[in-house]
Design a protein around this ligand. Structure first.
Ligand code: HEM
Length: 703
């Protein structure tokens, strides 16, 4: 039998595409003017990427097939360890612009000139879940910013919550073990609603302030774009004269604060587990660049001495009403990554990456973090040279004598690799006492002890202050969240112990939770090292609802449409949203789209079953009469409406949608959150109403 020819290919057409097929029917696409030649990693041109080299068309694969070997070897080694915490994240590039020089408080180069733009890379993340977990987990969000300044990289590795669970870094492994999946069963994934977490919490009263925050809507943000960020610890700024000023860092979103409600979060996780990353990607692609202002709370030792709490304790914050936040610049994210792995996955933040003019405090949590990040990245990124990866490399000139190690890409040039030396060489850097980093000369002395300072012992006062600073709906959400989580805890003693701590925070909250989990007997309040201070006033800055957006810009309306949708209303709605800077997404029974009342075709953005109302900030019900008759037969259409009502969204509806409202069991529920669209001009009123984001006054709506 004649040997089969490798050239025996025929032309074939798959609808719009012309290809070649081999004798086995496999598709071949060949290099041409638009498509460069495929090569191996060694640059060798590849003739056939569909078939391995075999002894005969049906024979065994040959060991000499270097192309197959290289391709499979590389694939086999694609994975690297995920981060031990904050594994799931999403990043983007942008810049930071300084408003005014801050020479009075810091010599940090990026703060020296008004209008100076410093490139940044930002990575947002959840903490507990694995890399493939859902975005809307109830969790803290990481908010890590790498500033590529002219005097080196400064990493502000923060969170969207200004306090933390623990006071001393030595508890971090225990805390993280407790919140991640339980070790014997490896579940639950990305959830704190389980025994181990609440067991740890119930035995760690220092976590109570943070618990109030993570059980609040802060832990289920609508978008990375609508959350604040915080450096958490007290840091130091140091000016050219060596004077130190303490600082707390804040990021204030220009988009305003906005969160989802829990029932919505649960459903978003099913409908679109990538909700937050898609949102950031879409916003940047649409030119809708998210912005935050950098805020500083600046204070000196006198303020610290007079303040009610220890500024070295990361479970405490300074209310903005006591110490206003000075806004000093803006962060704009205007460029998505080119490649997720190269940038977002390989970026390595570290609290120890500080530049001249920025320094640490003795916060024992911060001190421990300073050790942890480099250590973990050595393992995660496989060697000490991860600063050679472009996303981690400084963008200013840099020179040192560090060399070799796995994957070294830029050893010093020339003969010199040590100093002092007597060579004059191409690359021969020297230290610079004037420009170089100098640690703040803080006098330090003390007895070597393992002891927690008594100044860290008040665990409840600020937890209470946070709770009383919330609006009633937000307080209800906190009570519901704790009730939900404790209902997943199987051990009754743990549930009861948590309530014993809540009694030290707010009796009414403790009662609501106790009733919610149907506790047989109310526990005594937990022994408190320091009694709860009830005189701390509410801080309105801590509420999300009181700090919502000023406009509907950057938000999305989901319009439920069918064939025959009123063309003038649809056009008016699109126009009003565009004017506001918001987006319109069409949801239709089929993804192919609908024909409007004037016979014009509109492609749909989502098929109804894949585009539930939880994905949108507000909805519009725009079916034709015949369309509504069809929608009432579709469960997904009824859920679309019922969920929008339950989640207290603004709902615009044409008259023809009435049967759908009725079928969803909500027609009797009509309130001022429903905006009838009788004429095109009503669309503007709808968009104006949407600026409030939610119609919180809807009675008994939430499920
Ligand atoms: C003792 C306490 C802490 C320790 C030991 C610790 C340790 C770690 C470790 C090992 C990572 C993974 C880093 C990597 O693989 O690149 C990480 C990530 C992170 N940590 Fe912490 N952490 C602590 C507390 C905190 C606190 C209080 C914050 C917020 C202020 C925070 C914010 C972050 C963020 C945002 C990331 C993700 C960085 C990224 O996006 O790559 N951590 N932390």
């Amino acid at each position: 039998m004649a040997a089969p020819s490798e050239d025996a290919r025929k032309s074939a057409r798959y609808d719009d595409l012309e290809v070649q097929v081999g004798p086995g029917g496999e598709t071949h696409q060949v290099a041409d003017a638009q498509h460069p030649t495929l090569t191996t990693q060694q640059g060798i041109p590849v003739a056939d990427d569909q078939n391995s080299l075999r002894a005969g068309a049906r024979g065994p694969t040959l060991l000499e097939d270097f192309h197959f070997r290289e391709k499979m070897f590389h694939f086999d080694h694609e994975r690297i360890p995920e981060r031990v915490v904050h594994a799931r994240g999403y990043g983007a590039h942008g810049y930071f612009e300084t408003y005014k020089p801050l020479t009075d408080v810091t010599r940090a180069d990026l703060f020296q000139r008004a209008g100076e733009k410093t490139p940044v890379f930002v990575r947002f993340s959840t903490v507990a879940g694995n890399k493939g977990s859902s975005d809307l987990a109830r969790d803290v969000r990481g908010f890590a910013v790498k500033f590529y300044t002219k005097e080196g990289n400064w990493d502000l590795v923060g969170n969207n919550i200004p306090v933390f669970f623990i006071q001393d870094a030595i508890k971090f492994p225990d805390f993280v073990h407790s919140v991640k999946q339980e070790p014997d069963r490896d579940f639950p994934q990305a959830q704190s609603a389980h025994d181990n977490f609440w067991d740890f919490v119930s035995l760690s009263p220092e976590s109570m302030h943070m618990i109030m925050w993570v059980m609040s809507d802060r832990a289920i943000p609508r978008s990375f774009r609508t959350m604040e960020g915080f450096g958490v610890h007290t840091f130091r700024l140091v000016n050219a004269e060596g004077k130190s000023t303490f600082v707390k860092f804040h990021w204030k979103p220009k988009q305003g604060l906005q969160s989802v409600v829990w029932n919505e979060a649960v459903k978003i996780n099913g409908a679109d587990p990538d909700f937050h990353r898609r949102d950031l990607w879409d916003a940047i692609e649409a030119g809708n660049f998210p912005e935050w202002e950098l805020g500083l709370q600046l204070f000196d030792q006198d303020f610290a001495d007079k303040f009610d709490f220890d500024l070295l304790d990361a479970t405490k914050l300074i209310p903005e009403e006591i110490l206003p936040v000075r806004r000093v610049g803006r962060l704009v994210l205007d460029r998505r990554v080119d490649n997720f792995f190269m940038e977002t996955e390989q970026v390595a933040f570290c609290t120890q990456n500080v530049v001249p003019g920025i320094d640490f405090s003795d916060d024992p949590l911060l001190q421990g973090r300073n050790f942890s990040y480099l250590d973990t990245q050595l393992k995660r990124l496989g060697g000490p040279n991860f600063t050679h990866i472009p996303v981690n490399a400084p963008k200013c000139p840099f020179h040192n004598f560090q060399q070799d190690g796995h994957m070294a890409m830029r050893n010093p040039k020339g003969r010199v690799n040590y100093e002092p030396n007597s060579w004059s060489a191409e690359e021969n850097p020297r230290e610079d006492p004037l420009k170089g980093y100098r640690s703040y000369a803080e006098p330090v002395s003390g007895t070597k002890v393992r002891i927690r300072s008594e100044t860290f012992a008040d665990h409840y006062s600020q937890a209470r202050q946070f709770y009383i600073s919330q609006t009633p709906i937000e307080q209800a959400h906190i009570a519901n969240a704790i009730t939900f989580e404790l209902s997943k805890v199987e051990t009754p003693k743990i549930r009861s112990r948590v309530v014993s701590h809540l009694r030290n925070i707010d009796e009414d909250l403790a009662k609501k939770v106790a009733e919610g989990i149907r506790l047989k007997q109310m526990p005594e309040p937990a022994t408190a090292m320091k009694p709860t201070r009830k005189d701390l006033p509410a801080s309105p800055a801590l509420s999300i609802v009181l700090n919502g957006p000023k406009s509907f810009a950057g938000r999305k309306v989901g319009a439920l449409v069918t064939d025959g949708v009123d063309a003038t209303i649809l056009a008016a709605l699109a126009g009003a949203l565009k004017e506001e800077g918001a987006m319109l997404k069409l949801v239709a029974p089929e993804v192919g789209g609908v024909k409007d009342s004037e016979g014009i075709w509109h492609d749909a953005d989502e098929k109804l079953e894949g585009g539930p109302s939880v994905l949108f900030d507000a909805v519009a019900l725009l079916p034709s009469k015949a369309g509504a008759a069809r929608l009432v037969t579709l469960p997904a259409a009824r859920d679309f409406v019922a969920d929008a009502v339950a989640h207290r969204k603004f709902i615009a509806c044409v008259e023809a949608a009435e049967p759908l409202l009725e079928k969803a069991g909500v027609s009797s529920n009509v309130d001022a959150g429903f905006i009838p669209l009788k004429a095109p001009k009503d669309c503007k009123a709808f968009v104006t109403a949407c600026r409030k984001v939610r119609f919180w006054d809807r009675v008994n709506a939430e499920r």
